[in-house]
Structures are given as structure tokens and as C-alpha cells.
Design a binder for this molecule. Sequence first.
Ligand code: TYM
Length: 392
Amino acid sequence: MNIYLYHNTKAEKCNKRLTLIWIGYIIKSRTLRRFEAFLWIDRFREFPEAGTEYINMYQDKKVVFSGVQPSGVLTIGNYLGAIRNFPKFSEEYRCYYCIADEHAITVRQNPADLRRRTYETLALYIACGLDPRKNVIYVQSHVPAHAELAWILDCYTMFGELSRMTQFKDKSKKNAENVNAGLFTYPSLMAADILLYQTELVPVGDDQKQHLEITRDIAVRFNGIYGDVFVVPEPFISRTPSARIMSLADPKRKMSKSDENENATVRILDPRDVIIRKFKRAVTDSDTLVRAGEGKDGIINLMSIYSALTDKSFPEIEREFDGKGYGDFKLAVGEACADALAPVQEEYTRLIADKKYLEDVMAAGAAAAAKDARKTLSKVRRKIGFTDQPRY
Ligand code: TYM
């Protein structure tokens, strides 16, 4: 922080000579870290809104990391299962939230759509309450250390354990014409994301549990060979049913942003009338009672969504709709959902129009993340026997 103040006040006034002495000092000292800090702090000077607080806020805090793929317009599954929880950690932890564009290309993406969705996902992160001054928010591919560590971890990840990943099996079936190596090694990239920042907690939906388990196995294996290099992370999965929101068209399947059936998903950005219509069409059963029970997956899913949105328990919901039919219940869920998303949508509309601001956030986030990631990556390189990287 001192350097920052120095740079903002004195450095602006100083004459050419002082600047030369300052540059000479940096070169002479050859302390790369100090030079990096200088560059990093200088960036924040350009767009202080996006990151000044990183510098003095987070020392000694435990780390939270999570990410979302920009592979579709985000759904209420992403929102209720993960993103809504992200801001809760901002005060107590040093938080990194990435937009996982490198993961997204394991399935073929239209380039223009991918680029647009990356901005959209960033705007949605902020609209859902993530403050870029309190969280490191960035795009995965802007920090090359992710791909570098992923390759290294590939060499410490077993073919057998990757073959057991249910997401790989599901996605291979769905994309039979493109079962690429990246889809297979997806979990080691995810492990790299998490382990690069010495993460303690990873807030995710229930579907990511297996990926967290393999991340822990890789970390333990690596530490077993080289000593304590990585913190072994814990998943943070909500205990409420919102950890797994199911498709409205097929309540036995997870709601997924890449689902081609538009009636299966409710998108965070869907207009109010669309949200209500989708809930009205949600697949349920031939019974009429709003209650959780055998064979009532559709109703249980709607109750989970309603419970997550209103904080009401299942017995409370059952009492509220006692004597009423599915029609009333579906309308109530739709309205609760539209009400909850309205402020997010309003903020999103404001943010997405300000591309310059979003790019400033991306730049500040990438600078902060890259600096921290480099520390772990250098340690890993040394441990496995790579020589020091020459400066060029
Ligand atoms: P992704 O993009 O599929 O989903 C983002 C987050 O949303 C959660 N989620 C759900 N939660 C409840 N119900 C649902 N129907 C539902 N659908 C999605 C996911 O669990 C996730 O938390 N591999 C990750 C992205 C990622 C990542 C990471 C996450 C990349 N690197 C490192 C954590 C840490 C993924 O595909 O999420």
C-alpha cells in the first residue's frame, strides 16, 4: 500500500531524474517480485474501482475458489446451487471466481457466442452481488498458469481415475462426435484452478462433488511425493436441496445451461412472463397434492426451488398449498423466481452496456490472480525439477 501511495503522489510530481533513479533501483535490486508489485499496482491506478483493495485487504486470509463455464446462458441451477453463495465468503476469505472459458472449449463452442457469454457471465457475477473490489474476478484463459499447472497435474493423474468421472461419461455420450482429450483431462484443469491458489473451500453445486474428490486425491498424491505443496481443498456444497436443481422437463436430470430444450431450464435472464410460463409447463405427476413423496420428483424439484427462494421449509410449503392445486403452486414458484431475479436482471442490463468497466475488472482480476498463481507454479516447478525459467 505504501508503494501505491508513493506512486500516486510523489511519483507524479517527480522529475525525470527521480524516475530514472527509481527505475535504476528496480533493475539494480533485481527483486522481480517488487517489480511485479509495481506493475500490478500501476494497473490499479488506471482503474482503481476495480481492484485497489486487493493490495491491503487479504493478507493471511483463507482462500475460496470457484468457477462457472461460459458455455450457455446461466440457469437458476447455477444461481441457486452456486453463484448466489459466492458473495457470502467475500468478507472472511480471499476469494477467486473465474470464468472457466478453457473448460468450455472441451465442448465445441461458436467463437462469437463464447466471447459474448464470457462478458455476460462476468456481468452476471457482479449483478449477483460479487463486488470486484472484494473478490478477484477474472477469465481463466487470461492467467496462463492454469493451463501450465494443468499439464503438470495431468502427469500426476491416473487414466483409471479420469475414466471413472461420471461427467466425462455423460458428456461423451452427449457429444459422441467430439470425445476429445480435453474432455477427458477436464478434472486436472479443474484441479489446477483450485490448487494454484492454495484454496481451502470450493463452493459448488452437488454435481461437482466428484471433481472435488479427484482434486483432493491429486493434491494428496503430489504432496506425498514432494512435501506440502498444495492445500487440500474442501468442497462447500449447500445442505439444502438447491445444491441440485433438476430439469423442468425431466426432473430426473440435472438442470443444465447447455440443454437444448428451452422448457427444461429457467435462465437467470429470462423475462418475467417466460419464467412464469416455463414453471406452468413444468413436468409433474398425476397427483394433485403439493407434498414431497415417492414418484413426485417434479413437485420435489419445484418445492426445492421455492424453498431456496423463500427460505420456507418443506412442511411450511405443504401447509401453504394445502387444499390448492398444482396450478396455484406452479404460479407461486414462477412469481417467486421472477421476483428474486428482477434486481439481478436490472443490474445486469446496466453492467453489460459498460464494456469498458467489464474489461477493467477482467484486467485487474487477471493481474491479481496471475501474481498469486505464479507463486504456487514456481514452487511446483522447483519441486518437480524444472530449471529456473530464463527471463526473456
Ligand atoms: P458449471 O459451469 O457447470 O456450473 C457452475 C456452478 O453451478 C453449479 N450448478 C448447479 N447447482 C445446482 N443445480 C444445478 N442444476 C446446477 N448446475 C450447475 C455447479 O455445481 C457449479 O458450481 N467445472 C465447473 C466449473 C469450474 C470450477 C472450477 C468450479 C471450473 N473450474 C474450479 C469450481 C472450482 C462447471 O462445469 O460448472
